[in-house]
Design a protein. Structure first.
Length: 256
């Protein structure tokens, strides 16, 4: 089976969705009225498009947005590039191709996470470095589609979900603070019927903004199980990285 079975798998989904969740801003920022126009770019030399995303993440509060952007710039100066002693981690997350709506694809293979090779914080920092490098290729308003394959794989670590949750939490914390407004949707697949039913039972506790971004695709989740047919709504077979296309042959049915 894949790593996502059991109710703890919801924590992975929730934390991933937090990359672009309205609940991440402060209550003060939420209460502040939106201002009709942005003031000249600040702080530093950040472009107006980037600043606009941080201000939007703070519900139009320019002071809060500038403070958030300033913290991001300080974090970036202190944390990137990756330190020379940063471990070489498994190929657990990567950008490849585009979704059918034109958004960039961020692919996550949770079953490749191995906490023997790096801490949750190191996994999170590696994801942040990857996203930071991609920023140079994205327009100010461009967004991402995140696809999360829950199936196990031959030769992969295939960790229990409680090993994945700390990585999800750490990544969500770093990415939410430094790359607001980038995620359009998160597609999680496949989820067995039992896991989907459990998730639905807890759905009511999720912020509305988070629930809107998550797409759950049901189906058997063994390592030999096909990708759900519903994935074809978002991704074509050709958009999947070559070495993983054999896990997504069901998408070929949509090729015609």
């Amino acid at each position: 089976m894949g790593f996502s079975l059991g109710w703890q798998g919801q924590d992975w989904i929730n934390q991933a969705a937090a990359l672009d969740d309205d609940s991440t801003t402060t209550a003060a920022a939420r209460a502040a009225p939106a201002k009709p126009m942005l003031t000249p770019t600040r702080p530093g030399s950040s472009g107006p498009g980037k600043r606009a995303r941080f201000v939007a993440a703070c519900y139009g509060d320019e002071d809060a947005g500038d403070a958030m952007l300033r913290k991001h710039m300080e974090w970036r100066a202190e944390s990137l590039p990756l330190p020379v002693d940063h471990p070489v981690l498994p190929d657990w997350a990567f950008f490849h191709g585009r979704a059918k709506d034109g958004t960039r694809l961020l692919c996550v293979l949770g079953a490749k996470i191995d906490l023997r090779q790096g801490t949750a914080a190191q996994y999170a920092l590696s994801a942040a470095a990857m996203c930071d490098a991609m920023e140079a290729e994205l327009t100010a308003s461009e967004q991402l589609t995140v696809i999360v394959d829950t199936r196990a794989g031959d030769g992969w670590t295939n960790p229990p979900v409680w090993d994945v949750v700390p990585v999800a939490r750490a990544a969500a914390s770093v990415l939410t603070a430094n790359f607001p407004g980038r995620v359009r949707r998160i597609v999680v697949y496949p989820l067995p019927t039992a896991a989907t039913a459990v998730w639905q039972a807890f759905r009511w506790v999720l912020p509305t903004a988070t629930a809107r971004k998550i797409v759950l695709l049901g189906g058997p989740a063994s390592r030999a199980s096909p990708a759900p047919a519903g994935l074809a709504e978002f991704v074509s077979h050709g958009a999947i990285r070559e070495d993983l296309r054999h896990r997504h042959t069901s998408l070929l049915d949509d090729a015609g």
